[in-house]
Design a protein around this ligand. Sequence first.
Ligand code: DGL
Length: 266
Amino acid sequence: MANSPPKILVFDSGVGGISILQKVQQQLPWCEYIYASDNRAFPYGTKDESELVARVDLVLKVLTEKINPDIVIIACNTASTVALPKIRSHFQKPVVGVVPAIKPAAQISSSKVIGLLATPGTIDRPYTQWLIDDFAPTCQVIKAGSSRLVEIAEEKIRGKAPDLEELRNIIAPLFTTPELDTVVLACTHFPLLGEELASVTPRAIQWVDSGDAIARRVASLISTAPADAAHPEGFDYFLTANAGVTANLVSGLKNFGAREIRSLEI
Ligand code: DGL
């Protein structure tokens, strides 16, 4: 009989972390995936730091006790840039954090003018400034913080098509500098709007997100697949509150591969 595959918990405030889950699943299709979204405390991007750290800590304590995963991925830039040390202090197995992909963006930008599109929380974090100072010291970094873009991604998964004019206005501050050639999608919700965002830029640019790097990092923590490994389809989905779980959300999540959708009141 085959050994049970590594169990990977992917966590975000909402549906955004699915953009990370998809990349990890492509790389490691034989692992078992559980996705959890803290819909009760959504959105994270406008929360005060200490409130956010306490919330993420509480939710992950409950989830890790219930699920007993081998690896936790905090698929949320807003949470990882402030809560990683606390989570790592009480969960003994690997915790992989998703943080803004500033380093690869600085490497591929020819003009060395890059944009950072994130939640207001991530934009303001000392951790984000540290990434810029360390990995993009010679770049001009133009920042745009938007919580509305997070909501638009949530609406899209519930079946509402994004308003392209609204997207154009949200990203307009990035395009006031003609040299900008690369934009970091520093919120896991934003790759879910990748096609729409690309369709409203005034010129073609390069987009960078953290998905591939996270998939490589997780793969480096896991031994290779046993020869008899099964390839389970999809993932189980937990929400932290029943409220707001509409038929539209359920069908959107199923389209992404969610099997069981359960709420765990936290
Ligand atoms: N998906 C989260 C991130 O990567 C943020 C969403 C929110 O504001 O709740 O930052």
